[in-house]
Design a protein around this ligand. Structure first.
Ligand SMILES: [Zn+2]
Ligand SMILES: [Zn+2]
Length: 398
């Protein structure tokens, strides 16, 4: 069967319109029943059921209990395009990061690509990547090799602006635990205060900030500091995030902090233990060619004030792991005004507002149109791959 690119584009737009209401019902259901990272059992169930009903071959509970992989087409017949889907919520604010809409956009884009894959070959995947906010589902899925044969990973996050995506910071989450000896407050000389060691380390690490390079951050809290005023604490802990444009820098910052923590422990007659307590996030490799393709589709759909790729890294995301394995884009689509901030109840409400509905259709259409172009024009796919290889090689040298 042959299909021109113009025909593919028409088919995609038609399929998105025909299926938008069905996917919107899922976006709404996730909004109504938000689940935090690692506990997205309901989301896993309803998303995989819909994908299966819609002709995808689904592997449930893959790698992580709430992760999944839905596939359509034959990977040996052409390129493999992945649409990673997020669906974890946050405590207090539910889907305040809009991952219900993120997941919906990916499902709808994949559905719209079925007819294109039927005609041209290749495979389309929805990769259900849970726990973006806490355990970095994409990192575990990447480590398990899920993205190894993927030619491009395309995704869109909801927000208060339209944008082509931004660099992200590598993040190393480290806990320093201090062990001392309990004693009565009036006989403190019989003990060793783990809290004193923690406070001394906290202060010393504060001094470290002056010496950090640009775009490097240290944030930390005293997560445990004792329980009673008249007991010398035998245990105290500090939880830190060390962030930098490159993981190598974040690790060097961590090593410096560890020396300070050890010195503080020794000064107070305590010992210290260092652990990585959450999943470290690598930085993101941006793909300018993919951004250019998506920008063209955003423009065609009439989306305005689209921010260009932002090379200044700000937050951290598990998308970074995927971006080291295949050409990757995570763009943004506007569902609320700038007064609505991320991780808020207002942002959650926007995912099921008329603007949220429109973003579901526009986002899915734009992603599928980019995917169709990659299938129709192998030289464009090759350009994305070449840029990816070049940036990966450069990052390895840094
Ligand atoms: Zn998010
Ligand atoms: Zn978030």
């Amino acid at each position: 069967m042959t299909q021109t690119q113009a025909e593919s584009r028409e088919l995609i737009k038609k399929t998105v319109q025909e299926n938008a209401a069905g996917v919107q019902a899922i976006v709404q259901a996730l909004y109504d029943k938000p689940e935090i990272g690692g506990e997205e059992h309901y989301a896993h169930e309803i998303m995989t059921a819909w994908l299966e009903e819609n002709g995808f071959e689904v592997a449930r509970h893959l790698v992580m209990p709430t992760a999944y992989l839905a596939a359509y087409g034959d990977p040996n017949s052409g390129p493999v395009i992945a649409f990673p889907a997020e669906y974890d919520a946050l405590p207090e604010v539910g889907h305040g990061c809009g991952h219900n809409l993120f997941g919906g956009i990916s499902m709808l884009a994949a559905k719209a690509m079925q007819a294109v894959v039927d005609a041209l070959g290749g495979q389309v995947l929805v990769v259900g990547t849970p726990a973006e906010e806490n355990f970095g589902g994409k990192i575990k899925m990447t480590e398990a090799g899920i993205f190894d044969k993927v030619d491009a990973a395309l995704m869109i996050h909801a927000g208060n602006k339209n944008g082509l995506g931004s660099a992200s910071l590598a993040l190393n989450p480290v806990r320093f635990e201090f062990y001392g000896k309990n004693a009565h407050g009036c006989k403190a000389y019989e003990g060793a205060s783990a809290l004193d060691a923690a406070v001394l380390a906290f202060t010393s690490i504060n001094f470290q900030r002056q010496f950090l390079k640009r775009d490097c951050y240290i944030h930390g809290v005293i997560s445990q500091g004792g329980t009673a005023a008249n007991v010398i604490p035998a245990y105290a802990s500090l939880d830190y995030y060390f962030r930098a444009p490159k993981m190598a820098t974040a690790l060097a910052m961590t090593a410096d902090a560890a020396k300070r923590a050890e010195a503080a422990a020794e000064a107070c007659g305590c010992r210290v233990k260092e652990t990585v307590y959450e999943c470290p996030y690598g930085e993101t490799l941006l793909n300018e060619k993919l951004a250019e393709l998506l920008a063209a589709e955003y423009a065609e759909l009439g989306l305005t004030e689209v921010e260009a790729l932002d090379f200044v890294p700000r937050g951290s995301t598990d998308v970074g792991a995927v971006s080291y394995v295949c050409p990757t884009i995570q763009a943004y689509i506007k569902i609320a005004g700038e007064e609505v901030v991320g991780h808020s109840k207002e942002m959650a409400e926007a995912t099921v507002s008329p603007a949220g509905h429109k973003a579901l259709e526009d986002g899915a259409t734009a992603l599928a149109l980019v995917a169709a172009k990659l299938l129709h024009e192998p030289e464009v796919m090759q350009a994305c791959r070449a840029e990816f290889e070049e940036k990966k090689a450069l990052a390895a040298q840094a």
